[in-house]
Design a protein around this ligand. Sequence first.
Ligand code: SF4
Length: 440
Amino acid sequence: MKGKTFYLLTYGCQMNVYDSRLIAEILSKNGYKEIKDENKADIIIMNTCSVRKHAEQRVVGRTGDLQRLREDNPDLIIGLVGCMAQNLIDTKEKIKGVDFMVGPDNYRELPKIIKGNQTTATAGCHFVPNQKYKTGLELYEGVYANQDNKVSAFVPVMRGCENFCTYCIVPYVRVGLQMRPQKDILKEVEGLLKKGIKEIILLGQSVNEYDNNKVDFPGILKMVSETSVARLGFFTSHPYYTTQKLIDVIAEGENIYKWIHLPLQSGSNQILKKMNRKYTKEKYMELICNTREKIPNISITTDIIVGFPGETDEDFQETIEVMKEIHFDFAYMFKYSDRERTAAYNLKPKIPEPVKTKRLSELIDIQHKIIHIKNEQLIGTTQEVLVQYKGRKNNVWRGKTKQNEIVVVEGKTLPGEIVKVKISSLKGWTPYGVITDKRK
Ligand code: SF4
């Protein structure tokens, strides 16, 4: 075995966060030891994201910085895994200073790859071909992620995506749509609960699309809600697959977050069509109305892309109108990022960068005001908060309300406890409060 210790660096989405813990478990079972100091590691693995160009540029920059460590440790191995690695493997591009690249379906091969690996100094970068397993789910067989958070854990219910939204590279790098067996999901959940985990977030690129011909996603959500889990959520859902049955399960589950993430992406029907999002603005608004009618206090969060090819000022105004009408509780807002291999890459006209920047800042401004108004309404209310971790000051903690909203709380408690908190003020838009009681 060439190296003994490894350091993991994670970029991108929640699925990557989970996958990194899976990698940690696979390597630990093979005799490697995870450390938290990159300067002392024999192997550095970067779990990468390919969704935006900026995310890739950060990885290239970081790879360059890490080369300084080779001066003290010429045997250092640096590997790229994840979506960007798969994209580079497929397009046969190499990055200087990387010893191996492995895509998201091949993590079980990592011990073998590392053992047989030579550093770039002698071998050049080693591509691991995208060896496909039978179903893609063999990745999980007999191995459960080594979660390092004591309160909260992600549990994937599926891998891959076949929706082919035209701006998204995920269907090219996480090929195929694989449903994880129901009993496997439950086994992982029960194992986590035995370890004291309080919050579980079910994961999938389009999680509510889950259907294994016997059970659909509302069925999986209900099944997990019937365990002893204190808080349960899911991420990220697609509006097209959001059914009344799913809304009913959220409404009925006492331990299910009253929160749903529904990426709108654009408020213009012509842009939604070009994005291949499978819904119109009207359908989306109807879904929001139905959801709020059934669960009046539900928190609705979203993703929005500005500057998609062909987005006119009128299209952008439509997005603003929808935002002002819906009043999202939170929004992740991005400028469109051109990705080779996607259908949108060939769409024209491209929107100039300064126009995208202006639109984004206008949108952010509006959304921030909405959040501020919404959070001001929390002042004076009492919320049930799951305490997640300690803040910087003594007796100050960060936690989540039943709407999955982050709040800062003061008082005597511990991570994992559910406490009653009276919200007294906002700092920025973050609600602050004092613990008034403990639920357990
Ligand atoms: S649903 Fe669309 S945006 Fe989400 S991962 Fe699939 S293709 Fe990408």
